[in-house]
Design a protein around this ligand. Structure first.
Ligand code: SRM
Ligand code: SF4
Length: 770
């Protein structure tokens, strides 16, 4: 790789709007049919690349066993393909019969577990292609569906699941969720034809299908709706594409504040992507809510980005247009002027675990399900316990947005037996669980999710174990602290709103966020990047100690972090270490920082230091101390540049760099992009440098969307032989100011220049030139 710190920097300017490949697949699919039926019938073990996209609309993802990949590669056998199947369950509502049916399917076709999702759905993992049709057919036999659980359509509609005695408010939310879900479900008969042997399997069937809302190419991307209450935001309304916040007057739902533009997903390496909270747009009376939902969906259908799937969510429309313009365009879809949102504040969040009274003397019990996984493992037999309870009491069931399940309509007399059955199966009563565990969530990640960079579901429990010990030591065990972990930045467990967010960055390393809250009305901020999993709790420890000592009465952990801010908190942190030190004195504080020159000799390269991102002194990753070796002294002068790398030993790739002024201030932040414009952590090993983007001053390299970009430098050529081709400088408003093109021997552009060619000329042109 060329030395990225030498050159001034540059990113891709949006190419002429071109439709993404998925748009073509949808258009050619004959309303979601494609060749799914033919491939299913052919007996192969996986779908082709086009069909792989289409089956998402039918509620399934093609995956492979990531645990087994390495061995299978060694053995020369291909991937072990298996499928995830997701049931779309509006409001998370399931009958006893349906629950028993899905429980049976878990054994019959899946991996013997169920997974309650962060959107109140139920997933199966590990289904073979040969069993896919039977699985989906049996799900439909029990009157659940997978249609539209994934894909570019309205996803599962969420609503507070708790059957509390509240005068019917939550029941109305549930009904409205079901209504919206039905109204916005795909109407294509393809689903019935393919999975349920529907009657219209002839080639012309698609001509009969009308999708009055979605049309031929459906939505530009997924779309998510949730209905919540100001005093109980258990569905995380600010994370929804469309959040409907009920306005209760005189004990009835008078209407809804319509919030639009929530979404968590971002991509390491793509500063144009970021988490975003839904913004209040307007108010609609209760009777107009379905119309409003349809209007927002249609606006998204017509205006969403169909060229770049990473920028295709409605949140980018809200962000790019601003609320005023969005409101104005929405009014056209609503057919008249809109009412401004009512002034309400979201104040509460409930997990709904434990015992709660319902109307008419009945009770519901919320079972906490760690990370949503329902399984039997050793003496912990949650799956058997739930099955027995459902068989014995026939409760109504509700999946929560916190991956838990509520057993509803229980009589007072059932209480002791419910508790006994759970206890006998090793399932702790909610009251025996710490608040931090009750409020934690993790996405599935490895081994099923194809996008995972790091572990999540399998790793969070041990992090929570350590955190519990630390919180107890500090007397903070009763604090409601939400920890949410994901194996990549897509945000499936909504980690960017929580008190503590842990986002997989690179193998065992995570970006640690703090400063959100359980209510979810604020985004958190990065505390430290690339923290090895073993160091997560030690990293948080000084912040928790400070919280214990300095919080104001009743102040929550996330609020405290938010009040102090990143700079103050980062100053409290211990040095970042790559491995647990064997000898304390070799790696603590300054002595550890002093190992920097040893890291520059190729034996161990520096890793990104997020503390430096926020202005605290730079500290490098420590190789395992070698007792016989002398640490070299730390240079007394300020570095001119500092470059931060990611990747395993031997495959380290520069991710970003700081260029300093002589007074020690960061003059510019440089971010590097490889291959298909990916950041180092997401790039494939050995991909060439393609772009350097330079930002003014000290930018947060993981939240670049608000930073002022100065220029992009584009490179061409093979890895380690990249040549600078052109640089685009930008005006403060983001418009291209000028393009400087480099010419090499023989006046050739970089793409034509021979290996080893020398730079001979640079010419600048106004605006953007390619
Ligand atoms: Fe998610 C993709 C799992 C809720 C944002 N999500 C995926 C896939 C399908 C991976 C893939 O594309 O190959 C994951 C399947 C893993 C597996 O093995 O099961 C996956 N997402 C999940 C679930 C199961 C996580 C969980 O712990 O429960 C959740 C299923 C919900 C459901 O029943 O419908 C789930 N995903 C979410 C949420 C939370 C929410 O909706 O409230 C988010 C953040 C909100 C949002 O949409 O922005 C979320 N998932 C994503 C993204 C990022 C989208 C983006 O705009 O950038 C992806 C990647 C993508 O779509 O390309 C993704
Ligand atoms: Fe997969 Fe990433 Fe979603 Fe986790 S957050 S399930 S790793 S896509």
């Amino acid at each position: 790789m060329s030395n990225p710190t030498e050159a001034p920097a540059a990113p891709a300017t949006p190419a002429a709007p071109k439709l993404s490949a998925v748009e073509g697949i949808k258009a050619a699919s004959r309303q979601l049919r494609g060749t799914i039926a033919e491939e299913l019938a052919s007996g192969v073990d996986h779908f082709n690349d086009q069909t792989k996209q289409l089956i998402k609309f039918h509620g399934s993802y093609q995956q492979d066993d990531r645990d087994g990949r390495k061995n299978r590669r060694k053995e020369g056998v291909g991937k072990y393909y298996m499928f995830m199947v997701r049931c779309k369950i509006p409001g998370g509502r399931v009958t006893a019969d349906q629950y028993l049916a899905v429980d049976a399917i878990a054994d019959k076709y899946a991996n013997g577990t169920l997974r309650f999702t962060t959107r109140q759905g139920i997933q199966f993992h590990g289904i073979l292609m040969a069993n896919l049709k039977k699985t989906i057919a049996e799900i439909n036999d029990c009157l659940l569906s997978t249609l539209g659980a994934c894909g570019d359509v309205e996803r599962n509609v969420m609503a507070c699941p708790a059957p509390l005695d509240d005068g019917g408010i939550r029941a109305e939310l549930q009904e409205t969720a079901a209504l919206i879900a039905t109204h916005l479900a795909p109407r294509s008969r393809a689903y019935h034809e393919i999975w349920l042997n529907g009657e219209r399997a002839d080639g012309r069937a698609h001509e009969l299908d009308l999708e009055p809302i979605y049309g031929k190419v459906y939505l530009p991307r997924k779309f998510k709706t949730g209905l919540g209450l100001p005093d109980d935001n258990c569905i995380d309304i600010y994370a929804q594409d469309l959040g409907l916040l009920a306005i209760v007057e005189h004990g009835k739902i008078a209407g809804y504040n319509v919030l639009v533009g929530g979404g968590m997903g971002m991509t390491h390496g793509n500063p144009n992507t970021f988490p975003h909270l839904a913004q209040p747009i307007c108010y609609v009376p209760a009777k107009a809510v379905l119309n409003a939902a349809e209007a927002v969906v249609k606006l998204f259908r017509d205006h969403g980005n169909r060229g770049d799937r990473k920028r295709a969510r409605i949140k980018y429309l809200v962000h790019d247009w601003g609320v005023e313009k969005f409101r104005q365009v929405l009014s056209e879809y609503l057919g008249g002027p809109v009412h401004l949102p009512r002034p309400v504040t979201v104040t509460g969040f409930e997990t709904h675990t434990g015992w709660h009274p319902q109307a008419q003397g009945q009770w519901f019990y919320g079972v906490s399900v760690e990370n949503g996984r329902v399984k039997d493992e050793g003496t912990f037999r949650l799956r058997t316990a739930l099955k027995l309870l459902v068989e014995r009491f026939r409760p109504d069931l509700r999946i929560t947005a916190n991956q838990d399940i509520l057993l509803c309509n229980l009589d007072e007399a059932a209480k002791p037996e419910v508790e006994r059955i759970l206890q006998e199966h090793g399932v702790k009563h909610a009251a025996q669980l710490s608040q931090v565990r009750l409020h934690s969530m993790a996405c599935p990640a490895i081994p099923t999710c194809g996008l995972a960079i790091s572990e999540s579901e399998r790793s969070l429990p041990s992090v929570i174990d350590q955190l519990e010990t630390e919180l107890t030591r500090l007397g903070l065990e009763h604090e409601k602290i939400a920890v949410r972990m994901t194996g990549c930045p897509n945000g499936c467990a909504r980690p960017y709103q929580s008190d503590i967010g842990l986002v997989g960055r690179s193998g065992e390393k995570y970006l640690v966020y703090v400063g959100g809250n359980v209510i979810g009305d604020r985004l958190n901020f990065p505390l430290r990047d690339l923290v090895p999993i073993s160091q997560i709790v030690p990293t948080l420890s000084p912040v928790l100690e400070q919280y214990q000592q300095q919080r104001t009465p009743g102040e929550r952990f996330g609020d405290f972090c938010h009040r102090l801010g990143a700079d103050a908190l980062q100053k409290l942190l211990p040095p970042l270490v790559g491995k647990q030190p064997e000898k304390k004195e070799a790696v603590n504080g300054e002595a550890h920082a002093a190992s920097k020159p040893a890291t520059a000799n190729g034996e161990a390269k520096p890793v990104p230091n997020p503390a430096a991102v926020n202005g605290t002194p730079a500290v490098q990753a420590a190789p395992k101390p070698e007792p016989a070796r002398q640490l070299l002294p730390l240079p007394q002068t300020q570095p001119r540049t500092e470059t931060f790398y990611v990747g395993p030993r031997g495959e380290e790739v520069a991710d970003y760099a700081f260029r300093y002024d002589s007074d020690g201030k960061v003059r510019e932040t440089v971010v590097y992009y490889y291959g298909d414009d990916a950041r180092a952590a997401a790039a494939h090993p050995g991909e060439p440098l393609r772009r350097e983007a330079v930002y003014q001053g000290q930018a947060n390299p993981f939240r670049l969307h608000a930073a002022r970009k100065l220029n992009d430098t584009f490179y061409v050529g093979a890895p380690r032989q990249e040549l600078r081709d052109r640089r685009v400088d930008y005006y403060p408003d983001g418009r291209p100011a000028q393009t400087t093109i480099s010419y090499y021997d023989g006046d050739s552009r970089a793409a034509q220049a021979p290996t080893g060619a020398v730079l001979r000329r640079q010419a600048s042109f106004e605006g953007q030139v390619s």
